[in-house]
Design a binder for this molecule. Sequence first.
Ligand SMILES: Cc1ncc(COP(=O)(O)O)c(C=O)c1O
Length: 427
Amino acid sequence: MSDARSTANSVSYADVQAAAGRLHGVALRSPLERNDRLSRLFGAEVWLKREDLQPVRSYKLRGAYNLISSLSPTERANGVVCASAGNHAQGVAFTCRRLDVACRVVLPRTTPRQKRAQIESLGGPGLTIVMAGHTYDEAQDVAAALAVELDAALVPPFDDRRVIAGQGTVMLEVLDQLAVARPGVAAGVVLVPAGGGGLLAGCAVVSASVSPSTRVIGVEPMGAASMRAALDAGEPVALDSVDTFVDGAAVKRVGTLTFALVRDLVADVVSVAEGAVCTTMLEMYQREGIIAEPAGALAVTALGANLGIEPGSCVVAIVSGGNNDVSRYGEILERSLVHEGLKHYFLVDFPQEPGALRGFLDNVLGANDDITLFEYVKKNNREIGPALVGVELAAKSDLAPLVERMASSGLTIERIESGSPVFRFLV
Ligand SMILES: Cc1ncc(COP(=O)(O)O)c(C=O)c1O
């Protein structure tokens, strides 16, 4: 047996079963719900595993609780340390309150106040929040140093066998629940969101042991596809940059242990565009009343990717979390419209002649085109010179006629291409 293989085997099905025993009565056995809309849309039986309904609104308490409850009495007495700005910290804070363990959570100084408040409300009297560093990586360095200084256990967010085993309990439940709901029918595909790969690795361990015909597929955001990069390189590699929009899954470098398990046990890892994730979030909210955070919507978004799903087969998508901040919906709407081809930006140079703007409104804009942004670029110019114009279309097909009218208008109009630096600034 190769070294890689023995590393991969370092989390076993028995570890996940033991984790399920520890989590009994702590984590919610979250519902597995058949979703009619998605089933019709994708011609399969689509089931959603609702981890957004956990007491901390994500699956993250599973791994944290499994690790902390496995510590010896002496280790527990020394307390624990973690670094996180989000769901992991909530899982650790919740666990430490339940188990009466002192806990230090290192948050980057950039953490929004309401996230900090959420962690505080879940934690008990033994919780101490330490604000340090500007990025997650810096906070992690501080947490590691603090753990050494206090002789306290560090609770990593994904690259730890106890964390992976805890997250794997999601898959145990999925298979049990499906066996009851659809006796004799195996899940064809299980879609699992991936950041550092803890949930994906844990789910893959379970599936490989008890449902080998099930294809476990990892889903990453396109702007932070660190598992794909690791698989291509044959080892975990650090991405040069990450788009932090899908915050739960915006990981620069996946874990060593998670990587080995994913490489050996996972059928495929795909990535989905951030804009598509936004559209999914809005649809889930409007059609089902499900509040998914961006990472929580990754798996459902992948239903639209070309995954070769067998018609009529059972597909499970894990809705991993629902901690979405209401203030983010503006950006989510914007990114979704851009992704759907309904929102466009132009630089229109209005000449110094009367009625130029009137002419643009009357002759260039279509009946269903709405101006959503209008800003003269040069602050000292009023009503002449270049203006930044945002246009929202009723249908994607309205773009070609709009561009044609622009071309024949006699005005100098430049389309701001998505992906350009100016565009990224706008969206
Ligand atoms: C809601 C949610 N989904 C998915 C992930 C990715 O998890 P992992 O790092 O285990 O791959 C996270 C990580 O924090 C998360 O919070």
